[in-house]
Write a protein that binds this ligand. Structure first.
Ligand SMILES: [Fe+2]
Ligand SMILES: [Fe+2]
Length: 293
């Protein structure tokens, strides 16, 4: 891969504009010292499509609510402010990129993969009794953002990557290295940094395929790594062309051995049980069928 190509991709990423003002307005309202739920409810209700998505999300079985959530205010209480904030930020990112979508099916598949991964990441954090950390949710939601950047700004190369995967039966990251010399996690990390996302989120996204190489936020990155794999196993790959992962293979994989070294004691049976739990929750989840559709 020529350095010229890498440099030109980096230069193109630097040209991507900042997020629109509406997104930053919501962020500012949520970032203030005394966050006003009424004000945030009002902001969300101004955009009916957004309000519907927030309600669907709050009614997901992964949120564990017993009664139907039918108002935005109730949804904020159920989800918690930081989760609402993360979700709104991702809606803004989605709007930003999907304004001129090239392949709608692919994009829907992408966002569904992202949403399922965020649900599973939250579920895993609770299941593995990790300390609550808001950044896991948003990092999981945007972990593959680099793929959208490639699809949107380097579409020809993106199609070449897909062809390479299909022809060589390779992983996405191997194909990316061959075709553009940069991976989707490197590309995403660059843009997220540019957009001033917290360092923790940037690093968790950057290491979602190799959390054992992270030093400070390895545990969270490992949760996203695992959530990403379970998402694929549950039938929600990011791309239609992606190779299926078998549980038996994954349980014996180098990646899983490294996770065990990091303290994630999950054998094949435990992983299988986890997947079964996740599948049961997904079955009743209305939010994923129409999320960002
Ligand atoms: Fe990825
Ligand atoms: Fe992914």
């Amino acid at each position: 891969m020529s350095q010229f190509k890498i440099d030109s991709i980096v230069a193109a990423i630097e040209q991507i504009p900042t997020l629109p003002k509406t997104a930053t307005d919501i962020m500012d309202a949520l970032d203030g010292d005394d966050v006003n739920i009424e004000r945030i409810t009002e902001l969300i209700e101004q955009d009916p499509a957004l309000a519907v998505q927030v309600l669907k999300f709050a009614n997901s079985p992964f949120c564990g609510t017993i009664h139907t959530v039918s108002s935005v205010k109730h949804a904020i209480v159920v989800m918690g402010l930081s989760e609402v904030k993360s979700l709104l930020m991702v809606f803004a990112v989605q709007k930003f990129f999907d304004a001129s979508v090239v392949d709608n099916d692919n994009r829907k598949r992408f966002w569904t993969h992202s949403l399922v991964c965020s649900h599973i990441a939250n579920y895993l954090s609770r299941y593995l009794q990790r300390p609550a950390d808001d950044t896991v949710f948003i990092s999981a939601l945007i972990h593959d953002l680099g793929k959208i950047i490639l699809d949107q700004y380097f579409h020809k190369e993106f199609l070449e990557i897909i062809d390479y995967i299909t022809l060589e039966n390779s992983s996405f990251k191997e194909a990316e290295k061959v075709v553009v010399g940069l991976t989707h996690y490197q590309i995403a990390a660059k843009l997220l940094k540019q957009w001033c996302f917290p360092q923790k989120v940037v690093m968790q996204v950057f290491y979602h395929h190799a959390p054992w190489n992270e030093t400070e936020f390895a545990e969270n990155a490992a949760i996203i790594y695992l959530a990403n794999i379970l998402t694929k196993m549950a039938g929600y790959p990011c791309l239609a062309e992606e190779e299926e992962i078998e549980m038996a293979d994954f349980a014996q994989s180098k990646g899983m051995a490294r996770l065990k070294d990091m303290g994630f004691e999950l054998d094949a049976d435990a992983l299988q049980a986890l997947l079964a739990n996740v599948l049961a929750l997904l079955e009743d989840d209305e939010s994923i069928k129409t999320f960002l559709g």
